[in-house]
Design a protein around this ligand. Structure first.
Ligand SMILES: NC(=O)c1ccc[n+]([C@@H]2O[C@H](COP(=O)([O-])OP(=O)(O)OC[C@H]3O[C@@H](n4cnc5c(N)ncnc54)[C@H](OP(=O)(O)O)[C@@H]3O)[C@@H](O)[C@H]2O)c1
Length: 294
């Protein structure tokens, strides 16, 4: 058996766990699956997966065990369950691809360390449907040696795998910041669709323009990031925060006029107003990262 076809286990049969197991099977890995509630593996069994009767049996069956469940508490419950089972605790590497905060990732890494279980943390930045395709993006953190050792098997998930460093909480730090960007953007998009609808503009009519606007935001990311890190805040060549505050004021006014709740936009306006009140009215939007991070 080659390293590319190391036996693997997947604990957690939600949509993401099932997609991960399917990708391992498609890549030719002997794959064992386990879920708290049995019978959720669907057609994975017909495709060759073996269902384990307990977390410890799933860990024992593999060199690499991926756990992907709802949160860190669930991961801890699974680890505790495996420890409570009689017999030797397996020493397969545990790769935790469950999303949670960086503090919880560090706690789980410490707990695994005490139990002698090699532990790598990771965050999946793409939807379940992308797993096994070139579109997958997974961020990992924890011992570089573990990442290097299991890279060939983890390549079955497809796309891009990035190791961010030895601190097991680092991938979760990226994850929480990126998901904050994602979900506030989606909330903003839905808010805009609601505002447009109230003015008889269907979402599909707004969509091509919204897509162009979202592209503009994407294009601004590298330059704003460089300005934030360098402490370059002048708004002389872009939009000054006084101008941004006025623009947000108009939007809040129209939201109120049309009866759409203005909270999403008012929260952004409150931040800009506070930065202006603190004397940063002439600065660019880059100042907000510095202002909010103080
Ligand atoms: N779905 C996506 O597209 C996507 C994208 C990126 C990241 N993620 C991340 O991937 C992880 C899994 O997501 P998901 O969509 O597959 O499913 P999910 O709905 O987040 O989690 C469901 C899974 O968690 C298990 N679970 C819940 N509580 C448990 C406990 N106390 N002990 C053991 N298992 C427990 C469930 O088992 P039962 O069946 O027994 O309830 C089920 O297997 C999450 O952290 C999510 O944020 C998901």
């Amino acid at each position: 058996m080659t390293m590319q076809h190391a036996p693997v286990s997947v604990l957690g049969m939600g949509p993401m766990g099932r997609a991960i197991a399917a990708a391992f099977l498609a890549a030719g890995h002997p794959t064992t699956v386990w879920n708290r509630t049995p019978g959720k593996a669907g057609d994975l069994i017909a495709r060759g997966a073996v269902e384990a009767g307990s977390p410890s049996a799933a860990l024992e069956a593999a060199e690499l065990a991926v756990v992907c469940v709802i949160d860190a508490d669930a991961v801890e419950a699974i680890v505790d369950g495996a420890v409570a089972e009689p017999g030797r605790l397996p020493t397969s590497t545990l790769v935790n691809l469950t999303s949670d905060g960086p503090g919880r990732a560090r706690e789980l890494a410490a707990k695994a360390g005490e139990l002698g279980v090699p532990y790598l943390d990771g965050s999946i930045m793409t939807p379940a449907a992308a797993i096994g395709t070139g579109a997958t993006r997974v961020l990992y953190s924890g011992p570089a040696e573990l990442f290097d050792r299991h890279r060939p098997a983890l390549a079955a998930l497809g796309g891009t795998a990035v190791h961010l460093g030895d601190d097991p909480g680092r991938a979760a730090s990226f994850d929480v910041a990126l998901l904050n960007l994602f979900w506030t953007s989606i909330a903003g998009l839905m808010h805009s669709f609601a505002l447009a609808a109230r003015q008889n503009v269907p979402a599909t009519a707004l969509a091509p323009h919204a897509q162009q606007m979202a592209g503009l935001v994407a294009d601004l990311v590298p330059g704003l990031a460089a300005d934030v890190d360098a402490g370059r805040f002048s708004g002389a060549d872009s939009a000054a925060l006084t101008s941004v505050a006025a623009s947000l004021g108009h939007i809040v006014h129209v939201l109120e006029e049309t009866g759409v709740p203005a909270d999403v936009t008012r929260a952004a306006k409150d931040t800009v107003d506070a930065a202006v009140a603190a004397g940063h009215g002439g600065d660019s939007a880059a100042r907000l990262a510095d202002f909010l991070g103080r």
